[in-house]
Design a protein around this ligand. Structure first.
Ligand SMILES: [Zn+2]
Length: 271
């Protein structure tokens, strides 16, 4: 098993993702976004639904408007991280479309016009509340196809950074998806995942290995997240160390939730 890759897309190109579904990759490439945020265009009865407007970018907005002819029926938000919603105000102003998102937004910058809860239907898609990467994360499922957003991606593991991110919730949401029988995931970054169950299992095992290593390290004595990163993440680029520390902290909080670790004066110990 390994991660998925794809060639850098032509900027502004409209890519076929599935029947009735197109993808435009926003011009915000980076270490956490791959080639950029995927904005999906989903044909529905009222025109075209836009899933995740992406970053605030005039070029990206122009590409969305050209591909939809401005006939945007609704704007759906998978979660409220900036790389997914910063472009929303401009898209909403240009189209007048109503916004859909999880009922409890994790940011004061966004309140959905139509609040979605677990199991709600939007344009024939069923919302799956899948917190972990973000506290307000939704996937959307229909007929074996799932918009997995940043919960499960092919190109990388998901960032889980407390307090908005929760490793306990991430594990639960990952196991939930593994309990389904989906054919394909269309993620928030990178190409489609065509072996959802195998890839999800790969991601889960990756996290379990990390969790086991952290628990084993704690058993040798009290540790801080930064000490654990130095001990466990070999060959880590210095620029990635802060993100690794957030991930280790997320694991430690899960171990605390599981009753096997505790925080004592800024230092984590086995309990
Ligand atoms: Zn993202």
């Amino acid at each position: 098993m390994s991660f998925y890759t794809e060639a850098e897309p032509v900027r502004g190109a409209v890519l076929a993702a599935a029947p009735g579904i197109r993808r435009i990759v926003a011009p915000n490439p980076g270490g956490f976004t791959y080639w950029g945020t995927n904005t999906y265009l989903i044909e529905d009865e009222g025109g075209t639904a836009v899933l995740d407007p992406g970053p605030d970018s005039a070029d990206h907005l122009a590409a969305i408007m050209a591909a939809t002819g401005g006939r945007v029926s609704r704007i759906i938000v998978s979660h409220t991280h900036p790389d997914h919603i910063d472009g929303l105000p401009a898209l909403q102003a240009a189209t007048g479309a109503k916004t859909y998102g999880y009922k409890a937004s994790a940011t004061p910058n966004f309140t959905p016009d139509i609040a979605l809860d677990e199991g709600d239907s939007v344009a024939g898609w069923t919302a799956l509340y899948t917190p972990g990467h973000a506290a307000d994360h939704l996937c959307f499922a229909r007929d074996g196809l799932v918009f997995s957003a940043d919960h499960i991606m092919g190109w990388s593991t998901s960032v889980v950074s407390p307090p908005q991110g929760s490793m306990t919730q991430y594990f639960a949401s990952l196991r939930r998806m593994l309990g389904r029988d989906d054919r394909i995931y269309l993620p928030g970054h990178g190409p489609a995942v065509t072996d959802p169950r195998a890839h999800g299992t790969f991601l889960l095992n990756h996290r379990l290995q990390r969790e086991t290593a952290i628990a084993a390290a704690l058993a040798t004595g009290p540790q801080t997240p930064s000490e654990l990163v130095l001990a466990l993440y070999l060959d880590l680029k210095p620029a990635l160390r802060p993100a690794a520390e957030r991930s280790v902290l997320a694991h430690l909080e899960k171990l605390r939730d599981d009753g096997v670790a505790r925080l004592d004066g800024g230092v984590w110990t086995a309990s």
